[in-house]
Write a protein that binds this ligand. Structure first.
Ligand code: NAP
Length: 290
């Protein structure tokens, strides 16, 4: 089994991004990312501070807005509208999930973000564009804003020299954040895609058809050796906090004996997600500066 090293791939991509930022700065444009964090959720605070740190390291301007959990949906919308109109802000990231009291306002807030600044790729217009994309070249050339984690998965495969075209891909998990955009990206790369979920019958045999198996379930060590075709590429998206630390959705120790390629957790898919956020911020800046 060969390990797919997310940290190494992220570092390589960040090298490319630094060059893109330098050329934007030569044209008088400094990419800017606004982050909105609502409430006190500890994990969200860590995620957002890592995003701001990544901006600092690359030379992207960051504008942080921390709001109390007692804020109203109207106040969030007001802030988003101001950021939409701010020419120094090229990307707007609303950290999800929103606190419980605001959870029903999630779609309304996402829909308020200018699609040209929607660096999380969650606005319906951006999902629609991805759906309509003819192929991967169109996605890259048009600087489309696509959900960061699935975009990272595609770059991990490409940077590892692993072919996607013609492969049987099984994605376990059909969330809007990961599973659905991942399926569209694999389709744009000419894979034959199956989406599995909690109602899938005989999941192990469906998974065993996969040349590339992607697990985004949210259940620690759920995918076992019984789900793996020998030699398959296995990408573990899961981030699960357990008493033994952060664990993926794949039982790493069991699966490594069967898989050909495997991502670790931590240090795998998660390591590329923030880099893709930076990639999207630069793409948005490039498009808005045209
Ligand atoms: P989600 O919205 O909770 O979706 C989970 C999906 O898994 C659902 O589609 C669900 O099916 C499916 N599922 C649940 N139990 C299943 C079962 N027994 N058999 C087959 N499918 C089952 O989760 P998400 O937001 O996509 O996240 C998934 C995991 O990825 C989480 O651990 C999350 O922390 C992690 N994640 C990591 C990153 C990163 O940066 N690496 C980014 C995003 C998410 P139904 O639709 O039928 O309910």
């Amino acid at each position: 089994m060969q390990l797919i090293d997310g940290k190494k791939i992220a570092a390589e991509i960040r090298g490319d991004l630094k060059q893109q930022i330098a050329s934007l700065k030569e044209r008088g444009v400094t990419p800017g990312l606004a982050t909105i964090l609502i409430g006190e959720d500890a994990a969200s605070h860590v995620y957002v501070s890592n995003k701001i740190k990544a901006c600092d390291e690359l030379g992207i301007r960051s504008f942080h807005h921390a709001l109390s959990a007692t804020v109203t949906a109207e106040e969030i919308v007001h802030l988003i509208r101001n950021l939409n109109g701010d020419s120094q802000v090229h990307g707007i990231l609303l950290q999800l999930p929103l606190p419980k009291s605001l959870i029903d306002a999630t779609d309304r807030c996402i829909n308020e973000i200018d699609p040209a600044k929607d660096v999380d790729g969650l606005h319906p217009q951006n999902i629609g564009r991805l759906c309509a994309a003819k192929n991967w070249s169109a996605i890259e050339q048009q600087n489309m804003l696509v959900s960061c984690t699935p975009l990272g998965v595609i770059y991990m495969l490409k940077k590892s020299g692993l072919p996607i075209a013609g492969k049987r891909v099984v994605i376990v998990g059909r969330s809007n954040l990961f599973g659905k955009p991942a399926a569209l990206l694999f389709l744009a790369n000419d894979a034959t895609v199956t989406m599995a979920h909690s109602k899938t019958v005989d999941l192990p045999s469906v998974c065993r058809e996969a040349d590339i198996l992607v697990a985004a379930i949210g259940k620690p060590r759920f995918i076992t050796a019984a789900h793996i075709k020998p030699g398959a590429v296995v990408l573990d998206v899961g981030i699960n906090r357990t008493p033994e630390g952060i664990k993926g959705d794949v039982d790493f120790d069991a699966v490594k004996a069967v898989a050909g390629w495997l991502t670790p957790v931590p240090g795998g898919v998660g390591a590329t997600t923030i880099t893709m956020l930076m990639h999207n911020t630069i793409a948005a800046a490039r498009r808005l500066a045209q």
